[in-house]
Design a protein around this ligand. Structure first.
Ligand code: NOJ
Ligand code: CA
Length: 560
């Protein structure tokens, strides 16, 4: 990797915070900015370099802040603009950068633009959104992500507006250059306040096919999308080039686009080094393959073979052309230890094996709050304990099927709900897990008395300590960041082995991502490599074993 490509955001380990569930300072049961600030010592202790916080803008909270009412103010539940300014200052004084979440595809229906848009067809804001006149029902059969049609009728205008998400989240019209400039101006406003980067929400859906063709196989009762008519369509690249030129190009601001259902070829279009669009994208291939296709009632777990195949593919395809992002969790996904590890007997070992994977590949790693202590899926027994709009639409959709019992439906929810990641952060074993002194807005995971930060800090062999150690290794060895990725073939489906070749050092990583002991047919470890870190305490001494134990992770190093 040539040196001119070195940048802070490639070397950074980024921590994602879902502020509603991180820390509550005023005991109203909802996490907030002062609460977040009270945990900066912890974040520093963990060793992360930047935070990505999900939206904290003023919002009626139809989708927990992804429905923005005012991009230039802070929702009262989170605090004030002053709190935000203090947060930026505090973070910067600790050398931590801040990445804001920017919602581009839609606003809230309570945003003043939309309110004006609905006043009349000649109002200039009318063209900020996507309205269609249609005589016999909705203009096409696309289904919204949150269930039902993507079209909502406005009596006064006798027109429908488009919403890919909820009815309260009307899509913005990216074909309108004035709307685009208004968005850029607001992004610049925040950059002037000191934000260091943007995570761009639902980026792949900005450019719609405005002939609005019907999707041939749309299911009336289904969730989801007429995807090909608005995912990754070429005008999105024109918008991004323009945004890059006007907002990012002359500033040290990093960007990561949320792009579902993309191939490595698509990613190169968004984030290729020469493209002048984005720095990086989140790709969801491991999730798309398991959670994004097929019947929703099918068991959702990601097998080792998929992890191995997909990570290898992306490492190889992007190498020297674009920079990968690495993540196993976010606020929309089940907990990784439940989805791709083992949240029972092997919770600790599998969480550490997954941590090893996350932090030894090429790319920028993201850790989602609680991942570093091995938090698990929530499994609330009743639907009314859930809070997420998408979870309710899955529930309603399954209820319509008639052949499923309540228990079977809840099983699907347990595996797939976005609330799995949204239960409050588990700080200690006191009431409400030290998150709040009041009943939180969403129930705690019942296991908080054993799985919590305080316990993890006190135990030198904990998942948390292992994360810290791995983060420190990335700091100490830039070759672990920049070194090239070379897979080392293992015919065993559960065993993932690869090398990283740097300027000064080479690394060899061997992971058993399954529950059974396996043969390690690969002998790289014998070739002058020394053990660097592993998740079994007797690793040193057993580092030449040709057996690799359940969820064992071994990292070796040698000087070149
Ligand atoms: C992706 C966000 O991560 C998710 O939480 C949200 O519901 C949608 N975009 C819509 O903004
Ligand atoms: Ca609060």
């Amino acid at each position: 990797m040539p040196d001119q490509h070195r940048t802070w955001w490639k070397e950074a380990v980024i921590y994602q915070i879902y502020p509603m569930s991180f820390m509550d300072s005023n005991n109203d049961g909802i996490g907030d900015l002062p609460g977040l600030m009270s945990k900066l010592d912890y974040l520093q202790y963990l060793g992360i370099d930047a935070l990505w916080i999900t939206p904290v803008y003023d919002s009626p909270n139809d989708d927990n802040g992804y429905d923005v009412r005012d991009y230039l103010s802070i929702a009262p539940q989170f605090g004030t603009m002053k709190d935000m300014e203090t947060l930026i200052e505090e973070l910067h004084s600790r050398g931590i950068r801040l990445i804001m979440d920017w919602v581009l595809n839609h606003s809230s229906d309570e945003h003043e633009w939309f309110e004006k848009a609905c006043l009349s067809k000649d109002n200039p804001y009318h063209d900020y959104y996507i309205f269609q006149r249609h005589e016999n029902g909705p203009p096409c059969n696309w289904r919204s992500m949150f269930g039902g049609s993507v079209w909502q009728y406005v009596e006064k205008l006798q027109e429908y507006y488009l919403h890919l998400y909820s009815r309260k989240m009307p899509d913005l019209n990216w074909e309108n250059p004035e709307m685009r400039q208004a968005v850029y101006d607001m992004m610049l406003w925040w950059i002037n306040k000191g934000v260091d980067g943007y995570r761009l929400d639902s980026l792949a859906t900005l450019a719609k096919d405005t002939s609005f063709p019907n999707v041939p196989s749309s299911k009336e009762d289904g969730l989801g999308w007429g995807g090909r008519y608005f995912l990754n369509r070429s005008p999105v690249h024109e918008y991004l080039k323009e945004m890059n030129e006007r907002v990012f190009s002359s500033r040290d601001v990093m960007t990561v686009g949320e792009t579902g259902f993309i191939s490595p070829e698509d990613a190169l279009k968004y984030a290729g080094y020469e493209r002048k669009e984005l720095d990086t994208v989140f790709q969801f291939e491991i999730f798309d393959r398991i959670l994004g296709t097929g019947d929703i009632t099918e068991p959702a777990s990601i097998p080792p073979a998929v992890l191995k195949q997909v990570f290898t593919l992306w490492q190889e395809k992007l190498q020297d052309k674009a920079w990968n992002t690495l993540f196993l969790e976010n606020h929309d996904l089940p907990r990784s230890v439940s989805l791709m590890g083992d949240d029972g007997l092997y919770r600790e070992l599998s969480a550490k094996a997954l941590a090893t994977l996350l932090l030894t590949l090429q790319g920028t790693p993201y850790i989602f709050q609680g991942q570093e202590i091995g938090m698990t899926n929530v499994n609330y027994s009743r639907i009314d304990s859930y809070r997420d709009i998408r979870t309710f639409s899955i529930y309603d959709q399954l209820k319509k099927r008639k052949n499923l019992s309540e228990e079977e439906i809840m099983k699907v929810i347990h595996q797939r709900s976005r609330d799995n990641a949204r239960s409050p952060m588990q700080w200690n074993d006191s009431v409400y897990a030290g998150f709040s002194k009041q009943k939180p807005w969403i129930s705690l995971n019942a296991n908080y008395s054993s799985i919590n930060v305080e316990n993890e800090m006190g135990n030198p062999n904990s998942i948390l300590h292992y994360y810290r150690d791995l983060i420190r290794l990335r700091k100490n060895y830039p070759d672990l960041v920049y070194g090239s990725f070379v897979p080392s073939v293992s015919s065993n489906e559960d065993v993932f082995t690869y090398c990283r070749h740097g300027k000064e050092y080479d690394f060899f990583i061997a992971l058993n991502l399954g529950k059974k002991e396996q043969d390690l047919e690969n002998h790289e470890q014998g070739k002058n490599y020394k053990p660097l870190i592993g998740n079994y305490s007797d690793f040193i001494g057993k580092d030449n074993s040709e057996k690799i134990r359940p969820y064992e992770a071994r990292v070796f190093i040698k000087k070149r």
